[in-house]
Design a protein around this ligand. Structure first.
Ligand SMILES: NC(=O)c1ccc[n+]([C@@H]2O[C@H](COP(=O)([O-])OP(=O)(O)OC[C@H]3O[C@@H](n4cnc5c(N)ncnc54)[C@H](O)[C@@H]3O)[C@@H](O)[C@H]2O)c1
Length: 333
């Protein structure tokens, strides 16, 4: 029987983990791990990103053989120290591709069918159709910028709506394009021809402000811009200008430029997140927030029951894999 110590655990997760791993000795803590609250004789450790697994913590857990992080990122774990001690490390590589793609379409449909306006009106007992005319998605062109895990789902859903799908990605996969029925295009062509543009690239030095004044100038007048990736991919000043000159008719944004650095979506659910970030830049987005044709969700695209269960399921799989001596989702050390 192995002893498994879990940190940063919510109540609902305890029942779920007990059901899956009940044969083992399980210890749960709602707190972050540190050398004082470390379970000294644990064989397996499961943590989230606020638990810093450093040399001091590892020294206090001499029996440890596996660390599984309930996150994609693992920079809170000292991999070098783990390697020295022969401790294996596993992570959760993906958990929310369809979840974020579904949210993308929630934003698109909210705009195309004027859902916010319609729901607000009927709540007030107003059933008139004035101002509620929307537009079809069928036969419109959606430009998917970045066709990785999430972008692929967006392309697939778009085809379900009988849309034309253009994709810009630095990595091309002809088989996937054929299977999903989309066409690759240059960024310039995508920007020129799309009725809806949806961003799904990671933010890095190449994609920061990828959607700038120059990009907006290429877009069709009246385009819909959706961003569920990272706020910094759009230059907000340029977006405000494009909204003013009506290049962008509507924007649906789950992410805003200047949100404090979010490495891991699940961190948003953690009480410590607000302690470390003051979100002051969100105030700078006030102008966007007040625009009636801009729809903002609070970085919530990942936040579905199923996505959070997938994180736990993968963690359970990682632990079971280790116990069977068939490691999965191993982080390279
Ligand atoms: N809003 C949310 O809740 C939420 C949740 C999860 C992820 N995200 C964001 O969504 C992004 C995409 O996630 P994913 O899982 O699909 O990532 P992914 O790595 O699977 O896909 C990213 C794609 O972008 C392409 N790409 C990278 N750099 C590019 C560039 N310069 N130009 C064109 N294409 C480029 C890659 O080739 C890849 O196909 C994440 O990086 C993250 O920022 C948001």
């Amino acid at each position: 029987m192995s002893k498994i110590a879990f940190y940063e655990i919510e109540n609902w997760e305890i029942a779920y983990l007990k059901k899956a791993l009940g044969k083992h000795k399980l210890v749960f803590s709602k707190n972050k791990l540190n050398k004082k609250n470390a379970v000294k004789d644990a064989d397996v450790l499961a943590v989230f990103i606020y638990s810093k697994v450093d040399k001091a913590v590892l020294d206090s857990m001499p029996k440890l053989k596996l660390i599984t992080t309930m996150s994609t990122g693992f920079d809170h774990i000292d991999l070098k120290e783990c390697k020295k001690r022969g401790i294996k490390v596993c992570n959760v590589p993906t958990y929310g591709e369809n979840t974020v793609a579904e949210h993308t379409f929630a934003l698109i449909l909210n705009i195309s069918r004027k859902m916010t306006e319609a729901l607000n009106k009927t709540k007030l007992g107003d059933f008139r159709l004035t101002g509620l005319r929307g537009f079809d998605l069928k036969d419109k062109t959606i430009g998917v910028v970045g066709c990785g895990n999430i972008g692929q789902h967006v392309a697939r859903i778009a085809k379900g709506f009988e849309m034309n799908v253009l994709v810009f990605d630095i990595n091309k996969n002809a088989r996937m394009a054929k299977k999903l029925g989309f066409k690759y295009a240059s960024l310039e062509k995508l920007l020129k021809e799309s009725d809806i543009i949806s961003l799904h690239v990671p933010e890095n030095k190449f994609t920061h402000h990828m959607i700038d004044n120059k990009a907006f100038k290429l877009m069709k007048k009246g385009v819909v811009l959706i961003n569920t990736a990272r706020g910094g991919i759009i230059d907000t000043t340029a977006l405000l200008r494009a909204l003013k000159n009506k290049t962008v008719r509507y924007a649906g944004l789950d992410v805003l430029e200047g949100e404090c650095v979010i490495k891991e979506e699940k961190a948003l659910l953690h009480p410590d997140f607000m302690k470390t970030c003051d979100l002051k830049n969100v105030l700078q987005n006030n102008i966007l927030l007040r625009k009636p044709n801009v729809y903002i969700t609070p970085h919530n695209a990942f936040n579905s029951r199923e996505a959070l269960h997938r994180i736990l399921d993968t963690t359970i799989e990682n632990i079971k894999g280790f116990l069977k001596k068939q490691l999965v989702n191993v982080v390279k050390q």
